[in-house]
Every structure is written in structure tokens, then in C-alpha cells.
Write a new protein. Structure first.
Length: 225
């Protein structure tokens, strides 16, 4: 047990708690599909199967990767003679998810057009898909990102789910013969899904066999045999 300040400082430096996503995927589901209760299952803490209805968003551009943001706004009340606010209240708290999908599929087209293509039918003979995009449509879907670090017994999974993701910005798409593929850059905002719980817009997950091994180091109770 550490006793001196120096020993305490060294004990706090846990390299096992440094997580670097070596692999990551994004999954999408309509609002009618359940949000996973956990992303791991069983004594081995293996990655669990997602509920039916979740689909893989496909390949993601490595340069942009998966970017998370959080914008918090506060309203301050100031009193005469006080340099600091005497009261502060949060007025906005929005989590954002940005990524560039590389695959041209139904789900990337839906995000960029805002249209529901679940009932879209290919044209007879040609197989063509034609989409009429209306002005500023608003659709919500569930978005789940899962990242993996380590292998075997050291595997740690980190997940984050926008329970009601809404497209906030569509990035520029370039058609060119230069290096690179046509991408589908999108920024999403996490909105509150009252069906999950009061005020819940984002659900976080931490799991895997490697996570079980560092529970105490991370400040959580160790599992009892």
C-alpha cells in the first residue's frame, strides 16, 4: 500500500488505463430498435451481439476517423461587487459525432439526403435508385460507435451511443479524379430520448476482459469470485 506522496503519485500512473482505439466501427439503427443494455456478455466479457435492426455503417475515412465533441453553454447571474458569477445554470449540453463514411450505401445516402429509403425500390430493368430530396428534412436514428484496444485477455471495448442522433451538418463532397474516394462526411447531434431515461442523450460503455482486469485501477470495485 503506498504511504508517501511520491509512492502515491507513482501508483496513480497506470499505463493499463491508456486506451488507444486500434479498430472502430459505427452502427446505425432506427428509433424503433432497442439501445443495447451492454456491449459485452458472459464471464469472458466478449463483445455481445447487437439487437436485431442494427447495421454497420461501413468503411470510415481514417484521416477524419470518429470525432466526438461536446458543447456546453451556461447562463451566469452576476452580482454587484462580485467578480465571479453568483449563480450559473446550464442552458445547453450537446454531444456531437462526426465521421466520413466511404461506402455509398442506403444509410450514407439517407444521412445526406435526410430521406427514409427503407421502402425504396430499384427501377425495373435498370436497377436504378432515384431519390427526391426535400428541403431541410429532419430524421433521427440511433448511432453506436464501438472501439477496440488490445488483443486476447487485454482487450478493452469502449462504446458510445447517441440514443437519438440528428444530422447537424453535411460536409462538402468532392467528385474528382484525384486521390481518394467519394466520401459522405456527416456531423450528428445527440438529442434526448425520453424513452431511455430522463435527459439521456448519450450512453457510454466500457467493457471487455482487459477492462475487468483493471477495474480497481480505474477506481471501480473489483468483481468478487
Amino acid at each position: 500500500m503506498p504511504s508517501t506522496i511520491a509512492e502515491l503519485e507513482i501508483a496513480r500512473h497506470q499505463r493499463e488505463l491508456l486506451i488507444k482505439p486500434l479498430e472502430a466501427r459505427i452502427f446505425i439503427a432506427p428509433m424503433s430498435v432497442a439501445v443495447p443494455v451492454d456491449i459485452c456478455e458472459g464471464a469472458s466479457a466478449a463483445l455481445a451481439e447487437l439487437p436485431e435492426g442494427w447495421v454497420d455503417a461501413g468503411l470510415i475515412l481514417e484521416d477524419d476517423a470518429i470525432s466526438w465533441s461536446r458543447e456546453v453553454e451556461k447562463a451566469d447571474i452576476r452580482a454587484l461587487g462580485y467578480r465571479d458569477p453568483v449563480r450559473s445554470d446550464f442552458t445547453s449540453d450537446v454531444t456531437g459525432l462526426a465521421f466520413t463514411a466511404l461506402e455509398t450505401n442506403r444509410y450514407s445516402i439517407e444521412r445526406h439526403t435526410g430521406m427514409d429509403l427503407s421502402a425504396a425500390q430499384p427501377k425495373a430493368l435498370t436497377g436504378s435508385i432515384v431519390v427526391d430530396q426535400v428541403s431541410a428534412p429532419v430524421r433521427r436514428n440511433r448511432y453506436l460507435a464501438i472501439a477496440r484496444d488490445g488483443i486476447g485477455a487485454d482487450t478493452i471495448y469502449v462504446g458510445r451511443c447517441l440514443t437519438a442522433g440528428e444530422v447537424a451538418d453535411i460536409g462538402e463532397q468532392t467528385w474528382t479524379t484525384a486521390e481518394g474516394a467519394m466520401g459522405w462526411p456527416t456531423t450528428l447531434n445527440g438529442m434526448v430520448d425520453t424513452g431511455i431515461g430522463p435527459g439521456v442523450a448519450v450512453r457510454h460503455y466500457f467493457g471487455g476482459p482487459g477492462w475487468k482486469a483493471v477495474l480497481e485501477d480505474a477506481g471501480f470495485p473489483a468483481l468478487t469470485p
